[in-house]
Design a protein around this ligand. Structure first.
Ligand code: ADP
Ligand code: MG
Length: 402
């Protein structure tokens, strides 16, 4: 990675000083405002611990949900502090009900070395999403160094992810950010071969740029999910009631022509009359989808051949479920990919999962620890794979050449 990280900071830059850390604590909460999935909190712990170990005072900034530039009780980060305390027993973890005012600055200054303070939701501030410079200047008063560990928010140019770094140097990547960029960047720049990408999910429209960017780099691109149906339509096949994007058919056709043998489509399909009728599902060949049925998963032959391709790969990148994995009965294709990737990991391959739903599927199977890396950023990982510069990364200091 060509960006500076916390490992590049001198001890004197951290001991007794304030590290302003942008984290991604945008976690799901239930009706009682309890954290239902603390994956993102746990993902930030290594950076927080590394800074504390150097004697830093840790000031955390995050957004939660989509408030519109003003405080809204249901989007307060306060409930998150309780879970954070449970995850960091013995650590002084506090909450600051404001974010950028003088009281917030005073709270950051009076923190004890090694203490942690979570500030209120950055999206309560007008100017956050506009990447406002005056707000960035106020946020910069909260720290002596800036650390961005919010990979999941790095594709947004917001005051707390981008402009703040103009006013607070050094500005470096946290350990999670570094891990994300190392895995995703490594796959794109120097993959061990064979390099197999697996793409699925509901819509081809959101992933066209990823397909375009990956095709020249991969040895094979295995397609599943509803996306496959738009490709089928482009091939002139009957797709019945399947989810097809008619305005993308021409483009899908063009991609098929250009991709040659690297683009691989499912050759069998699991179909059913409706999404709520998995008990009536059956398997057909790709040219056998009747007009009154829809494809809800890849078929078993396809799952087996995709698994074989994954087993013999040395780099596997997966984004997007193979079917409607939320519905038992339509989840076999997605499970087959996850299991094949776990096997590949065991054989020494680098296996990377990107995309919120794919990550949820893997976690649901208890296989998240059987992957080399499960990305914490759905949108950010997609934009990175598209080859776009992430504003939250671009804003950081370049690493000094050794
Ligand atoms: P990710 O979050 O991993 O990037 P997406 O958001 O692109 O994945 O897609 C996930 C959604 O795609 C899931 O809700 C799943 O039900 C849906 N999906 C997958 N295959 C199909 C299909 N054949 N028909 C309809 N929806 C599908
Ligand atoms: Mg999704």
């Amino acid at each position: 990675m060509n960006k500076a990280t916390i490992a590049d900071l001198a001890p004197a830059q951290l001991a007794g000083r304030r590290a302003l850390v942008r984290v991604d604590f945008n976690v799901p909460l239930d009706a009682d405002r309890r954290v239902t999935d603390d994956t993102r909190l746990r993902a930030a712990l290594p950076t927080i611990e590394a800074l504390r170990a150097q004697g830093a005072k840790v000031v955390l900034l995050s957004h939660l949900g989509r408030p519109k530039g003003a405080p809204e009780a249901k989007y307060s980060l306060e409930p998150v502090v309780g879970r954070l305390r449970e995850l960091m027993p013995g650590v002084d973890v506090g909450f600051c009900p404001t974010t950028d005012d003088d009281a917030a600055v005073a709270a950051s200054i009076t923190l004890a070395d090694g203490a942690v303070l979570l500030m209120e939701n950055t999206r309560f501030l007008p100017g956050e999403e506009a990447n406002d410079d005056a707000l960035a200047q106020r946020l910069a008063r909260l720290g002596d160094v800036y650390v961005n560990d919010a990979f999941g928010a790095a594709h947004r140019a917001h005051a707390s992810t981008a402009a703040v770094a103009r006013h607070l140097r050094p500005a470096v990547a946290g350990l999670l950010m570094q891990k994300e960029l190392d895995y995703l960047g490594g796959a794109l720049d120097a993959p061990k071969r064979p390099f197999v990408a697996v793409l699925g999910g509901s819509k081809i429209s959101g992933k066209i740029d990823v397909i375009e960017a990956l095709l020249p780099k991969v040895d094979a691109l295995l397609v599943g999910g509803a996306m496959a149906c738009t490709f089928y339509a482009a091939m002139g096949l009957e797709t019945g009631k399947s989810l097809v994007e008619p305005d993308r058919v021409a483009m899908a056709k063009e991609l098929i022509e250009r991709a040659g043998t690297a683009l691989i489509l499912p050759h069998d399909a699991l179909i059913a009359p409706a999404i709520d009728r998995p008990q009536d599902a059956r398997v057909v060949r790709k040219d056998g989808i009747p007009g009154d049925q829809a494809m809800f998963d890849i078929g078993p032959d396809t799952a087996a051949s995709y698994a074989r391709a994954i087993h013999s790969a040395r780099t596997v990148l997966w984004n997007g479920p193979m079917g409607v994995f939320e519905t038992p009965g339509f989840d076999k294709g997605t499970q087959a990919i996850a299991m094949a990737m776990a096997t590949a990991t065991g054989k020494g391959a680098t296996t990377i999962v990107g995309g919120g739903d794919s990550a949820a599927a893997v976690a649901g199977m208890g296989l998240d620890h059987s992957m080399s890396h499960v990305s914490t950023g759905g949108g950010a990982s997609l934009e990175f794979l598209e080859g776009k510069a992430l504003p939250g990364v671009a804003a950081l200091d370049d690493r000094a050449r050794a």
